[in-house]
Ligand binder design. Sequence first.
Ligand SMILES: NC(=O)c1ccc[n+]([C@@H]2O[C@H](COP(=O)([O-])OP(=O)(O)OC[C@H]3O[C@@H](n4cnc5c(N)ncnc54)[C@H](OP(=O)(O)O)[C@@H]3O)[C@@H](O)[C@H]2O)c1
Length: 259
Amino acid sequence: MTPLLILGVGRMGGAMIEGWRRAGTFVPSEIFIRDPNPGEADIHGMRLNPPDGELGACRTVLLAVKPQVWREAAAQVSPHLSPDAVIVSIAAGVASADIAAAFGGLRVARVMPTTAVAINQGTASVCAADPQARARAHALFDPLGRVVEIADEDLMHAATAVSGSGPAYLYAFTEALEAAAVAQGLGPDAAATLARSTLTGAAALMASGDTPPADLRRQVTSPGGTTQAALEVLLGQGGLEALLDKAVAAAVARSRELG
Ligand SMILES: NC(=O)c1ccc[n+]([C@@H]2O[C@H](COP(=O)([O-])OP(=O)(O)OC[C@H]3O[C@@H](n4cnc5c(N)ncnc54)[C@H](OP(=O)(O)O)[C@@H]3O)[C@@H](O)[C@H]2O)c1
């Protein structure tokens, strides 16, 4: 599957490179990068901006530029790629058929990753009709965390809304819990440590076994206790469930617009 050509090494391309380095997935010299202005990733030993004539050797192309510029990035390299190359795109909302057309009919897999690929705890939703493209996406993302296959491409909007955007929901929740802690009189340092450490510890506990979150919640909620008092607010009318339903629907709608 190498050489691997990465188009765009910004936040997400850089996070993937970090994850592959940790996992020892690639020899750096097997990675070619096309980016006029690569971000802060450690690309030591990789081939930066090789000439067009070398692109024909690339077996896999990772399309990792912003959706707004993907057509331009595709047009720059497409004439120089081998007909055997496979495209793996992480561009949010850009349909496989459009990508295949822009790359002269090459096989395509779409993936929606999360930034935790940088620490090999990412989540990647993979959608590919072509088995070889799907296998290529697995080879790229299996070392970076969990992979979920999405059979129906239309559901990539939902995967984007739940998973691609999901880390921001947790960060927003953490910020809100910190603010509530400060409102109850705790100092900012204590508020930050209590909120962050409690949530990351609870998430680690959830990840350490198979107990569903509803059961974990019941285990820490005594009838008539403090947690129950809070949950009656959080899970009551117009609470977390209704809010997340609205938030995820808004993200799905936006993903459809961008596509
Ligand atoms: N960030 C996330 O959490 C996330 C999550 C899931 C999916 N994604 C997807 O990942 C993709 C990349 O997002 P990002 O946040 O990593 O964007 P980013 O930080 O802007 O990185 C994109 C990189 O591509 C470069 N670039 C621009 N035009 C190019 C061209 N024609 N050829 C090659 N490189 C070019 C940019 O350079 P300049 O800075 O000079 O423009 C930049 O270094 C997007 O399609 C997004 O939908 C992102």
